[in-house]
Each structure stands twice: as structure tokens, then as C-alpha cells.
Design a protein around this ligand. Structure first.
Ligand code: GLN
Length: 187
């Protein structure tokens, strides 16, 4: 039976767990180093605050193990702050995190006025989905090998790179299960 590890240090991880539950997929919360030894077949990196998540991952000594798991081909679904954790480059910021997708993301890319918004748009291979953006990043540039899955107003908001899928919005918030289903199908 498939089991998904959900990074549960900070942010919107419970919402992802609820989506998995609806799909009948069991999950375990990744809260400390020991949890990373448990059996799981894919990882969800939730939204929240990437700087806080990055700091906690390092303080709790979870960072290197998860990075290695991703590099070894563990399927990943990353949303919002999770997408930032996967980026090789972060605009105007020196510190990066896992860096396993060769792309540059811009944090809080929509500015203050448009910090949060909702739209319905196409995700490649999934169809039109509801997208809730909350102080979201977007992907400013991608290198070869990255498949763009979604764009809003000419900005990239969804990518796929090998077994890693990342979105700037929050597919866990609008009750549409198709993105999680697609991730689970990958596992
Ligand atoms: N603004 C957050 C960051 O920079 C991401 C926001 C989110 O995950 N909803 O990490």
C-alpha cells in the first residue's frame, strides 16, 4: 500500500493530509529525523514560510536526508513554500534549500496589493483547476528538462521535473483532488 510522507514542521500540512485521506492514501507526518526512516513512497512539501521551514529542516537535522531522497528519485509534490525549497535559485536571496529543480523562483512575486488571489486555470494533463495563491512565488526561469505545467498571466506557476512536481498555488485548499491524484499515480 502506498504511503506518503508529509513534511509537518510548519504551514499547511494538515490540508494535504486531508486530501490524501479522501484518496484513500495513508500518510505519515515527517516531524523529526527518526520519521525519515519510516517507509514512505513520496513526499509532500507544503506551503507556509520557506525560510522557517528551511531553518527547521536544518536544525532538526532532516535536511540532508530529504535532499538525498529527492535526488534519488523519490516523487515529490511541493506547493508554494515547498516549491521555493526545491528551487536551485531564489531571486534576490542568497540562501537556497534543496535546490533539486534547476529553476529560479521569485518569492512573494505578486506584491502586496495582490498578495492573495483566486483563479481557475489549466494544469497540463489535469484540466482546469481552482488555484488559490497566498503570498505566492512564481517561477521566473526554467532550465532544460523542466516541463511547464501551468501559467497564469504569462508567469509559470506549475512545473514538473522528473518525479518532482511543484505549484505556486495551493491545490490542497479548494477541494479538487486531481493534482493529488496525479501525484499519487506517480508513486
Ligand atoms: N511567501 C511564502 C514564502 O516565501 C510562501 C507562501 C505560501 O507558502 N503560501 O515562503
Amino acid at each position: 500500500m502506498k504511503q506518503v510522507g508529509v513534511l509537518a514542521l510548519q504551514g499547511a500540512f494538515i490540508e494535504h493530509e486531508k486530501m490524501l485521506e479522501q484518496l484513500g492514501v495513508s500518510c505519515i507526518e515527517l516531524r523529526n529525523k527518526e520519521d525519515l526512516e519510516k517507509p514512505y513512497d513520496g513526499i509532500i512539501l507544503p506551503g507556509g514560510e520557506s525560510t522557517v521551514q528551511g531553518k527547521l529542516l536544518k536544525e532538526l537535522d532532516m535536511f540532508d536526508t530529504i535532499k538525498k531522497q529527492i535526488e534519488a528519485g523519490m516523487p515529490v509534490l511541493a506547493t508554494c513554500a515547498g516549491l521555493i525549497l526545491l528551487a536551485k535559485d531564489i531571486k534576490d536571496q542568497e540562501e537556497t534549500y534543496f535546490g533539486t529543480i534547476p529553476m529560479c523562483v521569485k518569492r512573494n512575486a505578486y506584491g502586496r496589493q495582490l498578495g492573495s488571489f483566486f483563479i481557475t486555470k489549466e494544469v497540463d494533463g489535469v484540466g482546469e483547476v481552482p488555484m488559490t495563491f497566498i503570498r505566492a512565488p512564481y517561477v521566473e526561469s526554467v532550465e532544460d528538462g523542466i516541463k511547464v505545467l501551468a501559467e497564469v498571466d504569462g508567469n509559470i506557476v506549475g512545473v514538473e521535473y522528473g518525479k518532482q512536481m511543484g505549484f505556486a498555488f495551493h491545490p490542497e485548499l479548494d477541494g479538487d483532488l486531481r493534482i493529488h491524484q496525479r501525484f499519487v499515480d506517480e508513486i
